[in-house]
Write a protein that binds this ligand. Structure first.
Ligand code: AMP
Length: 196
């Protein structure tokens, strides 16, 4: 089962991804995590993308598509995988369709976490406060100004994926405003409908 997760920053994709990994035994492929890993490791790609990530803009389609294409070759992706944060543009979605078609595979379902935009900045403030209370580091792009930039980028460049996947009859909207467990239950219901 190949699952794509859509939703603005702060919608709870990471939290729900952890639940899906556990319940369905498929790995989570987060391009944000992979890019931050490359930055931390100081690889050539990491050096190229650090300033872009910190600004809240998107890294080039070619860089992220290459990272995903390599990652999905790994054995743990054979039963399926969950894409979290990719695709982020229509061009990336087309690249994904093309790379999967070469392997005679396809995206099975796209889960869109629907949330009130106004609630997201409040959630961000809570997340920052909780991280600080725990003494955990806060992501450099999780300050209010960059977060608002990321929300704008989502609306302009990523939201067009909603009609893209609607046209493929793959889009399932899930109300992301409930409690974590209620949202998980709704996602599981959608995945169970299509699970083969
Ligand atoms: P995330 O952890 O998904 O919020 O991603 C953090 C940042 O990494 C984004 O703001 C982008 O700069 C970059 N990034 C992650 N995934 C992608 C992608 N699919 N395309 C372009 N940039 C990405």
């Amino acid at each position: 089962m190949i699952v794509v997760f859509l939703g603005p920053p702060g919608a709870g994709k990471g939290t729900q991804a952890a639940f899906i990994v556990e319940k369905y035994g498929i790995p989570q492929l987060s391009t944000g995590d992979m890019l931050r890993g490359a930055v931390a490791a100081g690889t050539p790609v990491g050096k190229k993308v650090k300033a872009i990530i910190d600004s809240g803009e998107l890294v080039s389609d070619e860089i992220v598509a290459a990272i995903v294409e390599e990652r999905i070759e790994a054995e743990d992706c054979a039963p399926g995988f969950l894409l979290d944060g990719f695709p982020r543009t229509v061009a990336q979605a087309e690249m994904l369709d093309a790379m999967l078609e070469k392997k005679e595979r396809q995206v099975d379902i796209v889960v869109e976490l629907r949330v009130d935009q106004e609630a997201l900045v409040d959630r961000l403030r809570n997340r920052i406060r909780e991280a600080e209370e725990r003494g955990d580091p806060v992501r450099e792009d999780d300050n209010e100004e960059t977060f608002k930039k990321r929300l704008g980028v989502y609306g302009e460049q990523t939201a067009p994926l909603i009609p893209y996947y609607e046209k493929q009859s793959k889009l399932k909207g899930v109300d992301g405003m409930g409690g974590i467990e209620a949202v998980s239950a709704e996602i599981a219901a959608r995945l169970d409908e299509i699970k083969r």
